[in-house]
Design a protein around this ligand. Structure first.
Ligand code: G6Q
Length: 549
């Protein structure tokens, strides 16, 4: 297999970069009035304007050549067909089957998996309708008012971002809470606000072996039994979402309260499965299915749209252009919508766990950069914090700017002001402010010449900072589903081009092992000396404080 850096399209991009690296977007916009028509595309009401990027026709053509040369379309088809493309865990990658609303068969080892997906969806509908309709109540007959999801990583971040973002669609009187951190503060603070008689706990864990989740689940169970003095009622108040039925049964979960999913659903791709149960409880199953439909629509776009019009492919290629040619180390996610405040955290896991890899699919170390550092904040807050670095810093931060055209919370002019900020920022980042423009401004303000001499260099903005604008009509379950699927496929395309396996997470598994032997040391009343000098002294310092009284 040819190395990425040896591919003809890669070499052509390298040569082309030398011509492009000093070209200013301001000039490209001035020279070409059709830039928007050329560099924008749409799926349903989701518009991607990628004209504010450091590309010309040739760049775009070469980037699309790269995708073709790396056989992105072939790999995409293999993923959708259930081929075992997760080559270090020997599994298919089939989160797309979970939202396959066409219900066409999808085979794993000769078995069509659609019937079992539909069976779990039906189980979710039956259960959530009974809870939301007040037919399934707590053990004293009280309505369920609070759902507490206990899970971490992929078993937390997906449902959490959706529930947060879809708050306006929630049923009144039914709250959802997320406990993930093993820090006892997380669970403690949530338990302060719920009553055992009206709370439903969902223990969400693909493996049902994750230390943090099991400790939180056992603590929640103890709290429940202490307050209710009713061990039997645990079965009514705890349900599980897992691939490990045996371990869930051992915890005391009834068989009918287990919601299954399968090893071909990766943790960070699992919100479409029963891991979405808190979403379905909070929003209702109809809304959950609307979200699946939105994701399915994006899947169809990803499969059918030519590469030149394909939103996830374009986002992926632009990301590679900056990551590998401009050496951009990070990537910004700026959602101008308060409901999307958890989007960067969700995308951090999706992107960085998928593409934070150094070994290629042939087992060799890569000699190019792979996944970027993902970060971001809601707009307009971000403007008052780190945008200074975006405008005048030394590090390039290519970014996505997302916004819905309408707000669910009209308050005077506020949403229009938000939009004005959104449009102004991407324009300013692209255009910058020249020396002449800055000088003219200062002169018009009547600034004395000696002050002008001193401040002028500080008032110049280089511009040429790339952004993608993503605008859609409303933030609703369908659009959110489509947006999350868009990012999943972007990450997929990048992983294929970087020739890495985006679907394992050995670093996470390693982290799960690391704490266990140190944990035993922490409970002993003896000096520790078997680790490195730093770790020994840190542990002993902690012990000195712990055992000092
Ligand atoms: C996701 C990762 C990781 C995982 C958590 C929780 O892709 O594998 O974030 O989701 O470690 O694992 P469990 O669901 O097995 O508890």
């Amino acid at each position: 297999m040819q190395k990425l850096t040896q591919r003809a399209s890669w070499k052509a991009l390298q040569a082309h970069f030398e011509q492009m690296k000093n070209v200013h977007m301001r000039d490209m916009f001035a020279e070409d009035e059709g830039r928007f028509a050329k560099f924008s595309t749409q799926m349903d009401d989701i518009l991607l304007d990628f004209s504010k990027n450091r590309i010309n026709d040739e760049t775009f053509r070469l980037l699309c050549d790269l995708a073709r040369e790396c056989d992105v379309e072939g790999w995409r088809d293999q993923m959708f067909a259930g081929e075992p493309i997760n080559i270090s865990e020997f599994r298919p990658v089939l989160h797309t089957a979970l939202r396959n609303r066409s219900n066409t068969p999808v085979y794993v080892d000769g078995e069509n998996v659609m019937p079992k997906i539909n069976r779990v969806l039906a189980q979710m509908r039956y259960f959530t309708e009974r809870v939301r309709g007040g037919h399934l109540r707590g053990y004293t007959g009280q309505l369920i008012t609070d759902v507490v999801n206990i899970g971490i990583g992929g078993s937390d971040l997906g449902p959490h971002v959706v529930c947060d973002s879809m708050k306006p669609f929630a049923q009144r009187g039914l709250n959802v809470h997320f406990v993930s951190n093993v820090d006892p503060t997380h669970l403690t603070e949530i338990l302060k606000f719920v009553q055992p008689e009206s709370t439903l706990f969902i223990v969400s864990s693909k493996t049902f072996t994750t230390q943090e989740t099991l400790l939180n689940a056992h603590s929640a169970r103890r709290w429940f039994v202490e307050l209710t003095c009713n061990e039997k009622a645990v079965a009514r108040h705890f349900v599980a979402v897992t691939t490990n039925r045996q371990a869930a049964a051992k915890f005391g979960i009834l068989d009918e309260n287990m919601f299954e999913f399968w090893d071909w659903v990766g943790g960070r791709y699992s919100l479409w499965s029963a891991i979405g149960l808190p979403i379905a409880l909070y929003l209702g199953m109809d809304r959950f299915e609307e979200m699946l439909e939105g994701a399915h629509a994006m899947d169809m776009h990803f499969c059918a749209a030519p590469l030149e019009k394909n939103i996830p492919v374009i986002l992926a290629l632009l990301g590679i252009w900056y990551n590998n040619f401009f050496d951009a180390q990070s990537y910004g996610i700026m959602a101008y919508n308060q409901y999307l405040r958890r989007l960067p955290a969700y995308l951090q896991q999706l992107d960085m766990e998928s593409n934070g890899k150094t070994i290629d699919r042939q087992g060799q170390r890569v000699d190019y950069l792979t996944g970027p550092i993902i970060w971001g904040e809601t707009g307009s807050n971000c403007q008052h914090a780190f945008f200074q670095l975006m405008h005048q810093g030394t590090k390039p931060v290519p970014s996505d700017f997302l916004i819905p055209a309408r707000t669910r919370n009209p308050l005077g002019e506020q949403h229009t002001v938000l939009l004005a900020n959104y449009f102004a920022q991407t324009r300013a980042l692209m255009k910058g402010k020249t020396r002449e423009e800055a000088l003219e401004e200062l002169q018009e303000a009547g600034t004395p010449q000696d002050v002008i001499d001193q401040v002028l260099p500080h008032r110049i903005f280089e511009g040429n900072k790339p952004t993608n604008s993503i605008i859609f009509e409303n933030l609703d379950p369908r659009t959110l589903g489509a947006l999350l699927a868009m990012y999943e496929h972007k990450v997929f395309v990048q992983g294929i081009i970087w020739n890495i396996n985006s679907f394992d997470q050995w670093g996470v598994e390693y982290g799960k092992e690391l704490a266990s032997d140190i944990l035993q040391e922490l409970s002993r009343d003896e000096e520790v000396s078997q680790y490195d000098d730093s770790t020994n002294n840190l542990i002993n310092y902690y012990r000195m404080m712990k055992f000092s009284d």
